[in-house]
Design a protein around this ligand. Structure first.
Ligand SMILES: *Cc1c(COP(=O)(O)O)cnc(C)c1O
Length: 412
């Protein structure tokens, strides 16, 4: 790492979160962890491995390509492509041993098109208004078609809840009721679903009656509640933490300005610290003049417009801020060891060793929650996680590991 901006991904937190969620399930309920969008920015493969260690049985992805990556890396658990898949995509999925979501009858498709046979989950739209069949009769016909083919295997039926994280249960209760009716209709037609699933994190954490045969969790596995004020019945630990080392500290005179568009004008002598991180790293331009970072345990407001690769913060009211101090963009506050750090002159291996060891040792630092940052930027934690750019090096640590050492950590 030559630039001084990096993320810590705590795979121990993911493992622990998954294990905690598992305590809410009956023994025969499967636990899918959704690892789409590169594991919500954390790294799909690293997340999958940690999740397996925590008791995950299945994985959810958005595309065939994401599933194929996991297969190529050796993940052997069932993987379901949750999004829509084209016919050639489904053919590739069959070849890779992925299950796909099917929502229409492809009647011109010759039997034998898929080899080995394609695993299929059908989707019922009970109120998300996004994907799936809205009508029970159509779903029955689809399942009959799938079941009649020799090159498809019907594995399950599912729906997706739109408001399970809300304070008002009316919408989710309506969805569950509709879904129940659809399942009854399938059973009446002698189509007993091999697997039924409906719940995201919110549904999983909120009501055991919504678990069916499998739950599908994402955000909670990564250590965040589905919504800021959501009451979570287990302890969740955030896994993603973002840091950047200060590259310059300068004092501006009253009237001096900061950033493109000169949107910040100094009203007093202002100490400005520059960080080598910007919107191209996933720190949104929307945070300009609104968010804050943590430096030496205190809030430093983001001033001026966030640039593509850099941003500026006001450190006037903070004592002793120096070049090389570590700013926390989100996640657990940087270790006290990271002030005026000498990490950048170190060789890569030593950086990783030092950063992961000092991070893991500092267990007690307060957390700048993604929910707090999301509120400032009028978004949700999910979007900030997923936006973390591939150019930001991830350092993988396992702070809950029995014998945490360098072998557990690596950067990519
Ligand atoms: C992403 C996703 C989930 C997981 O949602 P979280 O709110 O992150 O738990 C569940 N089901 C489907 C269909 C999804 O696409």
């Amino acid at each position: 790492m030559y630039r001084g901006t990096f993320a810590i991904v705590d795979v121990g937190a993911i493992r622990k979160n998954v294990a905690a969620i598992k305590t809410l399930l009956t023994d025969d309920t499967r636990l899918m962890v959704t690892v789409k969008a590169n594991g919500y920015g954390h790294g799909a493969l690293q997340t999958a491995r940690a999740a397996i260690a925590g008791g995950a049985t299945d994985f959810g992805v958005a595309s065939v390509e994401e599933g194929v990556c996991l297969r190529k890396a050796g993940i052997q658990e069932p993987i379901l492509v949750l999004g829509v898949t084209s016919r050639p995509g489904a053919q590739a999925a069959a070849a890779a041993g992925l299950a796909v979501t099917v929502t229409e009858i492809w009647d011109d498709l010759p039997d034998g098109y898929f080899h080995p046979p394609l695993a299929v989950h059908v989707k019922s739209d009970t109120g998300m208004g996004r994907l799936g069949l809205r009508n029970g009769n159509d779903l029955v016909r689809l399942v009959q078609w799938v079941s009649a083919r020799s090159d498809m295997r019907w594995q399950g039926v599912f729906t997706h809840l739109a408001c399970a994280d809300g304070e008002d249960y009316t919408h989710v209760d309506g969805q569950i009721e509709k879904f129940g009716a659809v399942i009854d209709q399938l059973r009446t037609e002698n189509l007993d679903p091999p697997l039924i699933h409906a719940s995201n994190s919110a549904g999983t954490l909120r009501n055991r009656n919504w678990h069916y045969g499998m739950v599908r969790v994402g955000i909670s596995a990564y250590g965040y509640p589905p919504a800021d004020n959501f009451l979570v019945p287990v302890t969740l630990t955030p896994a993603l933490h973002l840091y950047s080392f200060i590259t310059r500290v300068e004092t501006l005179a009253p009237g001096d300005t900061v950033g493109y568009g000169a949107t910040f004008v100094a009203q007093r002598a202002t100490r400005v610290a520059t960080l080598p991180i910007g919107y191209a790293d996933g720190y949104f331009r929307r945070f300009s003049n609104r968010a804050y970072v943590i430096v030496r345990g205190e809030k430093a407001p983001v001033i001026g417009n966030v640039c593509m690769d850099q941003l500026m913060v006001d450190v006037t009211d903070l004592a002793n801020v120096q070049v090389g101090d570590c700013a926390t963009l989100y996640g657990r506050q940087a270790s006290a060891d990271w002030q005026a750090s000498k990490v950048l002159p170190l060789p890569e291996d030593d950086q990783v060793r030092w950063l992961s060891a000092t991070w893991s040792a500092a267990r007690t630092g307060a957390v700048l929650s993604l929910d707090t940052l999301a509120a400032v930027g009028s978004t949700i934690s999910y979007e900030i996680m997923c936006a973390l750019a591939s150019r930001v090096p991830r350092i993988y640590v396992d702070s809950f590991g029995e014998n945490f050492d360098r072998a557990n950590s690596s950067s990519v």
